[in-house]
Design a protein around this ligand. Structure first.
Ligand code: HEC
Length: 167
């Protein structure tokens, strides 16, 4: 084989490796979406975890900066605990603590997924990122309904979120 052919073949090989690595969204789809819906849930009763838009809204309230939010998610997914959870006591009461995904996802994949989550969720039209309380701030799981539980939880956690937002 001529040297130039060899180089060309190597380059094609490299490019294939880069392009073949799964996108952040497809990693989410295969490793997180079975629990965290990407869309507004239509069947609230069968939800097993808060939907992605609700999760990210709360993460961003506590960690508005991307690098901090990503760091939080990368750590939480591997070592979830009640103390670290951001502003969602009612979710933990309902769904229980998230099972650690340490053995299901590599730290590298997790980093990629977390950045994608921060960049894309909650969707721009979702609201809820303003300072005054809005419907979506009460509606903790983003399903379009405010339950008594969510209402009480929001009132109870107000101080925690206001403080987090200033960081
Ligand atoms: C087996 C179901 C399940 C899977 C799989 C799962 N999660 Fe979760 N996750 C939960 C539940 C339940 C909660 C709510 C309770 C909690 O916060 O611990 C949660 C909460 C979260 C939170 C919010 C943490 C907080 O502050 O309370 C983040 C961020 C998160 N998940 C990210 C992910 C990512 C990223 C993946 C994929 C790598 C993933 N989850 C996979 C069930 C799951």
């Amino acid at each position: 084989m001529k040297k130039s052919t060899l180089i060309a073949a190597t380059l094609v090989g490299l490019a294939t490796t880069v392009f073949a690595s799964p996108s952040a969204e497809s990693i989410f789809d295969s490793k997180c979406a079975m629990c965290h819906l990407k869309t507004r849930p239509t069947d609230r009763a069968n939800m097993i975890a808060p939907p992605l838009m609700g999760v990210m809204r709360h993460v961003k309230m506590a960690y508005p900066k991307k690098d901090e939010a990503v760091k939080f998610i990368v750590d939480y997914v591997q070592n979830p605990s009640k103390d670290k959870a951001v502003c969602m006591p009612q979710k933990i009461a309902r769904f229980g603590i998230m099972p650690s995904q340490k053995s299901n996802i590599s730290e590298k994949e997790l980093q990629k997924v977390s950045e994608w989550m921060f960049d894309n969720y909650p969707p721009a039209n979702f609201g809820g990122m303003r300072n005054r309380p809005s419907f979506t701030m009460f509606d903790a799981n983003g399903d379009g309904v405010i339950t008594q539980e969510e209402f009480n939880a929001f009132r109870g956690k107000k101080r925690c979120c206001a403080k987090g937002a200033k960081r």
